[in-house]
Design a protein around this ligand. Structure first.
Ligand SMILES: NC(=O)c1ccc[n+]([C@@H]2O[C@H](COP(=O)([O-])OP(=O)(O)OC[C@H]3O[C@@H](n4cnc5c(N)ncnc54)[C@H](OP(=O)(O)O)[C@@H]3O)[C@@H](O)[C@H]2O)c1
Length: 304
């Protein structure tokens, strides 16, 4: 069976680069929409990345999410499936996806759109403070619009990206000064997923009729980890006893509001209970053959 042509927007980003690699690994004709300014920039990391994509057979297409014509042309040529991984770091980047929706409507050839999500379920997040609040509201707006206008889609809720969150915990990371524990060290839990595992699943999901117009939750029980378990693992790996600094939830909220960069507890919560309204499927049930890199295995790779 011919594999769908996949167009990735945001393929030079932290998450997008794994999606491009997974699409190539799975044998999809893969195109990456890149801003001309990025392709021409002196950022050697991005130049290397683009060269590595090209060497593996990806097609680099020049365009911009804010340039309607370039989007429509890229979709008509390369985009049976469009996966977006624009970031949350810059204002309006996530909302820019509404322009992708307009282009999908005009192109008329896109059979699946995966918007930039790859995190917690924004329809069920609680007690979220800025800056996460605005990010989640943007993602929610995009969800609402794609449902309203009837764009075939799959939303990937893959919880925490393990590399982005934990890669700084290596031998020379922040551990020398101990650890901050936000809230209760056993009840504060999160699901950590390797970006490569998440991307492999996303690429499988875009061809799967069971994930059409659904939220795909990726919640392997093996990858749920509490703060206490994480600290315990770090102690086991480093052979150090870590000084624990307990930060009560209300103090953490104050720190977040003061903008000191502490974690926002909202997205840290594991989604519990019954999920109403949203049509969803669970990746571990759809793809029982997938084995996920666990937090312990990931730490094995970064702490030597
Ligand atoms: N679950 C988690 O733990 C976690 C962690 C991080 C991110 N995320 C989510 O994953 C998604 C991607 O985030 P990220 O951190 O990977 O983003 P990122 O590293 O900031 O990358 C953003 C990408 O979007 C591209 N882009 C930005 N504006 C564009 C435009 N106008 N036209 C075309 N391309 C444009 C950038 O291209 P340039 O190279 O040209 O800048 C880059 O490739 C977001 O939804 C984010 O919330 C989840």
């Amino acid at each position: 069976m011919m594999k769908s042509r996949i167009l990735v927007i945001g393929g030079t980003g932290n998450i997008g680069r794994h999606l491009v690699a997974a699409s190539l690994d799975a044998g999809h004709p893969t195109a990456v929409l890149v801003r001309p300014s990025t392709a021409a920039s002196s950022d050697s990391g991005k130049a290397e990345l683009l060269n590595s994509f090209k060497a593996r057979g990806a097609c680099i297409v020049y365009g911009d999410m804010n340039d309607h014509g370039s989007l429509v042309a890229a979709m008509r040529q390369h985009g049976e499936v469009v996966i977006c991984a624009v970031g949350h770091g810059r204002p309006l980047e996530l909302d820019g996806q509404l322009k992708i929706v307009e282009a999908i409507q005009e192109a008329g050839c896109v059979k699946r759109f995966v918007p930039s999500e790859f995190g917690c379920d924004v329809e069920h997040a609680e007690q979220t403070l800025e800056p996460a609040k605005s990010m989640m509201e943007s993602k929610l707006r995009v969800r609402q619009v794609i449902r309203e206008v009837g764009i075939p889609h799959t939303i990937i809720c893959s919880n925490w990206a393990i590399g982005l969150l934990l890669s700084g915990l290596g031998e020379n990371g922040p551990l020398s000064t101990g650890v901050n524990i936000f809230g209760d060290d056993e009840k504060t839990r999160a699901i950590f997923l390797d970006e490569k595992d998440m991307s492999r699943l996303a690429i499988r999901a875009v061809e799967d009729p069971r994930t059409l117009d659904k939220v795909l939750y990726v919640r392997p029980p093996t990858n749920v980890c509490s703060f206490g378990q994480l600290v315990h693992l770090l102690e086991k790996k480093t052979g150090k006893t870590l000084e624990r600094h307990y930060v009560p939830e209300q103090d953490l909220a104050k720190k977040i509001q003061a903008g000191n960069g502490a974690f926002n507890l909202g997205p840290f919560r594991v989604v519990h209970g019954r999920l109403r309204r949203v049509r969803w499927v669970e990746a571990t049930q759809l793809y029982p053959d997938v084995r996920f890199v666990t937090v312990e295995e990931y730490l094995d790779g970064i702490i030597v």
